[in-house]
Design a protein around this ligand. Structure first.
Ligand SMILES: CC(C)(COP(=O)(O)OP(=O)(O)OC[C@H]1O[C@@H](n2cnc3c(N)ncnc32)[C@H](O)[C@@H]1OP(=O)(O)O)[C@@H](O)C(=O)NCCC(=O)NCCS
Length: 223
């Protein structure tokens, strides 16, 4: 799967997909594709993890390897394949990642959300809840309105490919205002708060907010 995220008419899309849709700066500097993650992408994924989360909540490499092995279709990368980037680096560069797993039901307790929980134990491809276990962009790719379309495309792809999924679930830190803004815009609603779930740089602890949205919002027909 590879999707060009260019949306706007006017200029020229330099994506390798040549989607034919034109774009205006700053978006014109990027040709973004969504591609499945592979084992050799793990070092870049770990680098994004380290630049996105404070050390106490960074997942270990083993956890990402487990996620990839449990549900490879649910582990997607936002890739910058613009001519400029490929010329500079000799290859396309990973700009962000999205990982997920499918659960049989909504988790009964809060322990489910603990750091390092095992995707291999929890993922069931015939389940009805898509759990987004993490999502982040490299800091240099933030603030360019790439994150929301990336997140939405990942959900569209997965909710269409696994039509038995009824609900999309995630946990967000109350302090991650950028992520919360995106989830609210995509019509996720808060279902419960887990008090003092996260360590915080600004106060003793921060609450975790469990959010969900009907999968029907993201399927091929809905978007
Ligand atoms: C969450 C994250 C992916 C968002 O990326 P981004 O590049 O800032 O997002 P976009 O540029 O696509 O912006 C999307 C919207 O969020 C808004 N936004 C961005 N940062 C914000 C902030 N700190 N507070 C409030 N809104 C914010 C933008 O204004 C934009 O709003 P609009 O579409 O209504 O104009 C990125 O900040 C990140 O990687 N953060 C660290 C990891 C993380 O928090 N992951 C979430 C795990 S649950």
């Amino acid at each position: 799967m590879s999707v060009c995220l260019c949306r706007r008419p006017g200029a020229y899309c330099n994506s390798s997909l040549r989607c034919g849709v034109s774009v205006a700066p700053p978006h014109a500097f990027y040709a973004m594709n969504i591609v499945p993650a592979k084992t050799f992408d793990i070092p870049e994924i770990m680098d994004i993890e380290r630049t996105s989360f404070i050390p106490q909540i960074q997942e270990r490499q083993k956890t990402f390897e487990e996620r990839l092995s449990a549900f490879p279709q649910g582990f997607l990368l936002l890739q910058d394949a613009s001519d400029q980037t490929v010329l500079k680096n000799g290859k396309a560069v990973t700009a962000g990642y999205f990982c997920s797993e499918i659960l049989q039901a909504l988790p009964a307790g809060d322990n489910f959300f603990e750091l390092g929980h095992s995707a291999l134990k929890n993922h069931h491809s015939d389940g009805i809840v898509l759990y987004v276990s993490s999502f982040a962009l490299y800091p240099e790719y933030r603030g360019q309105k790439l994150a929301q379309p990336f997140f939405k495309e990942c959900l569209k792809n997965l909710c269409s490919a696994f039509p038995q999924i009824k609900t999309v679930l995630l946990l967000v830190n109350e302090e991650w205002t950028g992520a919360r803004h995106i989830y609210r815009k995509l019509r996720f609603t808060e279902i419960r708060t887990i008090k003092a779930f996260f360590p915080s740089l600004h106060k003793d602890t921060a609450d975790g907010i469990v959010m969900s949205a009907p999968a029907a919002l993201f399927s091929e027909q809905a978007l």
